[in-house]
Design a protein around this ligand. Structure first.
Ligand code: P6P
Length: 328
């Protein structure tokens, strides 16, 4: 019989919390715990740079574009370097999939885990001081450790995630993650350089009255999406769209709501990427009692065919996602 877990008290430091939950990780002898610590450490460095963005000349686009054609802001590049370095030095991850890298990065070590990451999502908001975020997924490698990375290590569907989460660099910085045993949120105290448990066992309200979608693309939405948007208007729901996925997702997680990035004329498969944006948030939202689909199919069941593949994304309160799906 599973030992009833004593809830960690609010204010527990992240390190202590991770250690106290280590027994939840099957056959992990501390590597996954260390990996979560490596990610948290990198986020503290990125947080410092995000908060200084206005002071040091790292604002604004770096001129280059990333693998998916989006203008790279300097902080994107810095965040990618910070997370890659932390994971490489940490030694627990053998490969890294990143929005900022065309193909996966072989970290040349015998780590048991593969990380998929969007180092800084919503970075076009940096210059206007809007919240931005990091999104990450953790998978176990399928092939034998110490052998060359195989395609089956890299293109894994969302149900294979062993952990996932995000960091929100907002009015306060928060780390929210799951290892498949619920969702816990930690708030960063920069004066102590530590994350503390502030939102234990997070659950998304089953229903809500907030819908997040870029209605500027309304004319090119698929018919079912147009019908759902009209439905939201008839119900007098609130439209809330920050233009930063992690910020919209986090607000909806706390208050109830739905975020939709559907197929549009510009992005016929949707704009968001399966491997390092949608899968992680789909895992978190399901663990919090919510739902995530492409409008019809469960996100976590989508078998990836390429690293940067996009998917329409409907994520949030279970009843709201189901209502949106009912128009399809
Ligand atoms: P649009 C940011 O580029 C992002 O990936 C998400 O963070 C955000 O929700 C979305 O794209 C905004 O896209 O087309 O509405 O500006």
């Amino acid at each position: 019989m599973e030992q009833s877990r004593i809830a960690a008290p609010i204010g527990s430091a992240l390190d202590r919390f991770i250690k106290s939950r280590q027994d939840e990780f099957p056959y992990a002898s501390g590597e996954l715990s260390q990996l979560l610590r490596d990610i948290a450490l990198a986020s503290k460095v990125v947080n410092r740079e995000v908060n200084k963005a206005g002071l040091i000349d790292i604002m604004g686009a770096m001129g280059s574009v990333n693998t998916t054609g989006e203008h790279q802001q300097k902080l994107d590049v810095l965040a990618n370097i910070r997370f890659s370095r932390a994971l490489m030095k940490g030694g627990e991850a053998c490969a890294l999939i990143s929005e900022e890298s065309e193909s996966y990065i072989d970290l040349n070590n015998s780590g048991k885990y593969v990380i998929a990451i969007d180092p800084l999502d919503g970075s076009s908001n940096i210059d206007v001081n809007v919240s931005i975020g990091t999104i990450f997924s953790i998978y176990r490698r399928k092939s034998k450790t110490g052998t060359p990375i195989q395609p089956e290590d890299i293109l894994q569907k969302g149900t294979e995630q062993v952990a996932a989460g995000y960091i929100l660099y907002g009015s306060s910085t928060m780390l929210v993650y799951t290892t498949g045993h619920g969702v816990n949120g930690f708030t960063y105290d920069p004066t102590l350089g530590e994350y503390f448990l502030s939102h234990p066992d997070m659950k998304i309200p089953e229903d809500g009255k907030i819908y997040s979608i870029n209605e500027g693309s309304y004319n090119s939405f698929p018919e079912p999406v147009k019908q759902y948007v009209q439905y939201c208007k008839e119900k007098n729901y609130s439209g809330r769209y920050i233009g930063s996925l992690v910020a919209d997702f986090h607000r909806n997680l706390l208050k109830g709501g739905i975020y939709i990035y559907p197929a549009t004329a510009k992005d016929p498969n949707g704009k968001l990427r399966l491997m390092y944006e949608c899968n992680a948030l789909a895992f978190v939202v399901e663990q919090a009692g919510g739902k995530a689909s492409d409008g019809q199919k469960r996100i976590l069941d989508i078998v990836p065919e390429s690293l940067h593949q996009r998917t329409p994304f409907f994520v949030g309160s279970k009843k709201m996602v189901e209502k949106a799906e009912s128009f399809h």
